[in-house]
Design a protein around this ligand. Structure first.
Ligand code: B12
Length: 346
């Protein structure tokens, strides 16, 4: 299994070949798309390639299927012809084989296996990324305030919840987490724009930062956690919440944030004497980078005695993924992660 993805070389060439094959095998499609659509098709084809090759490098049918379901729903929500997805991806499989030769066969094989499952998937794929139950309580109010651009009100909802007796360790993930997932679902369904999604997540991070004087006032009892997102991964809020749980649990924490360069991360972990390193990936596209980072952490100074936690959405889709990326464990959220890490250092 090719665990580390070498950055989709020849990606543009494969995407262009796939699009040409799609247009020549399906001439009726050309009539459905406007004249300038080929560039957009090439961009979409490249995105498919990145996700499909990542799933193949990780040997993960569940992650491929999750992506196919997500992208099929996205296409439908954008009002584009969903029926074109299968032939387009068939053409991508051929293009990968044509350009990569024998190296492309694993990718093409996994993609064809995923496509065989596509029709069997429920139209509303029950995935954390695509759907969720209706929001209630403070989470619903927090989201409503964000979407009304009433940021002082959104902040007040979080602060009131904490003043009402709930502890910060429970309040932030329980209110903010569902609200952010719903923001993602609304974007995916085309009900809010990408700019509104950015505004909601940017405001949330600023509001969460107002809790830090309290979070960092916790008495420390020693072990060090270093937390970073894999290279290329921009979703940092989930890992931030995991890190906060450790800080509130008495750990000394260092949060390095989005897309951390692996060598700098490994050097930082060694210098700070980290007992545990937490690595986050939120999309399948950045899981191979998480695997590379973990491999580097194992061989860098201090690597022998240190435990590595991997987490984020793909690790909940493919339960065994944490082993295959070389981690010592995973957890669904900060509370579970802290319990596991406390056991490790006990
Ligand atoms: C905010 C957001 C962004 C922001 C991130 C800002 C930031 N500073 O973090 C920005 C605008 C950058 C962004 C960009 C993109 N996003 Co976005 N984003 C989101 C959104 C709405 C919320 C993420 C979030 O904070 N969730 C709340 C936290 C609490 O949950 P969480 O991240 O899952 O973390 C929890 C667990 O996973 C776990 N955990 C997380 N990390 C770790 C690590 C360890 C070690 C452990 C143990 C546990 C753990 O614990 C956390 C706390 O409970 C999600 C929707 C969603 N479902 O979450 C989409 C979402 C993740 N994004 C998505 C997409 C597609 C993108 C883009 C590709 C869009 C684009 N076309 O550009 C880019 C990719 C950027 C990149 N290279 O990474 C999709 C992913 C779909 C998929 N199947 O992969 C989602 C699901 C939206 C959707 N419904 O379609 N996004």
């Amino acid at each position: 299994m090719n665990m580390v993805l070498p950055g989709t070389p020849n990606g543009a060439e494969i995407a262009a070949l796939g699009v040409e094959a799609f247009y020549s095998h399906h001439p009726s499609a050309a009539l459905r798309y406007p004249a300038g659509a080929r560039d957009a098709c090439r961009r979409d084809m490249l995105m498919h390639l990145i996700y499909v090759e990542a799933a193949a490098a990780l040997d993960s049918l569940p992650l491929l299927i999750d992506y196919l379901a997500w992208v099929r729903a996205l296409i439908g929500n954008l009002g584009l012809p969903v029926a074109d997805l299968r032939p387009a991806l068939d053409c991508l499989a051929q293009a990968v084989e044509a350009v990569r030769g024998s190296q492309g066969q694993d990718t093409a094989r996994l993609l064809r296996r995923g496509l065989r499952e596509l029709d069997r998937l429920p139209p509303e794929f029950a995935s954390l990324a695509c759907s969720g139950g209706p929001l209630t309580g403070p989470s619903a109010k927090f989201l409503a305030a964000l979407l009304a651009f009433d940021y002082p009100k959104a902040a007040a909802i979080l602060f009131d919840a904490v003043e009402g007796g709930a502890d910060i360790a429970a309040t932030l993930p329980d209110i903010v987490g569902p609200a952010m997932r719903e923001v993602g679902r609304l974007w995916h369904r085309g009900q809010i724009t990408v700019a509104e999604e950015h505004a909601a997540s940017a405001a949330t991070q600023v509001i969460m930062a107002r809790f830090y004087p309290r979070i960092f006032a916790t008495e420390r009892r020693g072990p060090v956690l270093v937390a970073a997102c894999a290279e290329g991964e921009l979703h940092e809020m989930g890992l931030r919440m995991v890190t906060d749980q450790f800080q509130l649990g008495g750990w000394e924490t260092h949060f390095l944030g989005a897309s951390t360069p692996p060598k700098a991360m490994a050097a930082f972990a060694a210098r700070s004497g980290a007992a545990v390193v937490a690595v986050s990936a939120m999309t399948v596209a950045s899981v191979p980078a998480a695997a590379s980072l973990i491999a580097l952490l194992r061989t860098s100074p201090g690597g022998n005695g240190r435990k590595i936690l991997a987490g984020g959405y793909p690790f909940s889709v493919d339960q065994d993924l944490w082993r295959r990326v070389g981690a010592d464990g995973t957890a669904a959220d900060g509370r579970q992660a802290l319990a596991l890490a406390d056991d490790w250092v006990r």
